[in-house]
Write a protein of this length. Sequence first.
Length: 291
Amino acid sequence: MVNLIKRKRKGKTEYYLKYSSTGKSKEKYLGTIKPKELDKIKQEFEEQAYREDKTPLLEIIKENYSKHNKTIDPKILDANNHGFKTNHTFSTQKIEGSTMTLGQTRKLLEDKLSPKDILIEDIVEAQQIARLFEEMTNTKEDISKRLILDWHKKLFARTDHNNAKSFRREDVGPYFGKTEYVLWSDVISEIENMISWYKKNKYKINPVELAARLHIKFELIHPFIDGNGRIGRLLMLLILHKNGYPMTNIEPKEKLTYINKLESSYLKNDLLIFVKWLISKYLRTNKKFLK
């Protein structure tokens, strides 16, 4: 959190910005006159201070995660990866409205048993998400327009042939909320801008922050008629996995908070709102690697 602080010194009022987080603080002197672009300066200062605060912790997680994977029995590692795939498949589908349970998802992926009273589209797309997850963990490709379209084609090839591998050709809005996605005519150029931003920043900021920022950029573009959340979450996992960080799963119970943080970032024009939420969640989930 960043607050504006006023101090009296030699009869003059001095202005400071103060960042505070878990016992740590940092200040920035602004002068004796309150800046006109205070909100912009405050946002930039908070981004820098937050990054300096959290990046060392994220790097510790990566280091200890790497050590853990080198010492753990390969069979246990494979079992953990399979469990994450199953949980991700269940969660990312559930967030989008699937009624399939975790147990049904496990039986579908492990025993090829299709659950009763579940839409065939949900069953097929769950199978495809699991396959895409495996492809994502093995690919040497980096994020590109071709990769995004290819993933979308594979997700919907059997359930929505007309829209598979196609950016949307009409304007869309959210089912609820006030987020305004980009015009359909701007989707391709905005995706290209997003990829350019990614290439420019992938060696400049920590991969966890990078994944969070790319995810919200992708979701605000909303390039497809359907599948934006599922493709966007896979892109986030790709960045983490490619850079040797533990992957993170957004659970169905977090759906409302997740959506609210995305929307708040849009409404307040501050991506750090979502970034802080995701990193906070990431640190909690991986606290065993901070010891």
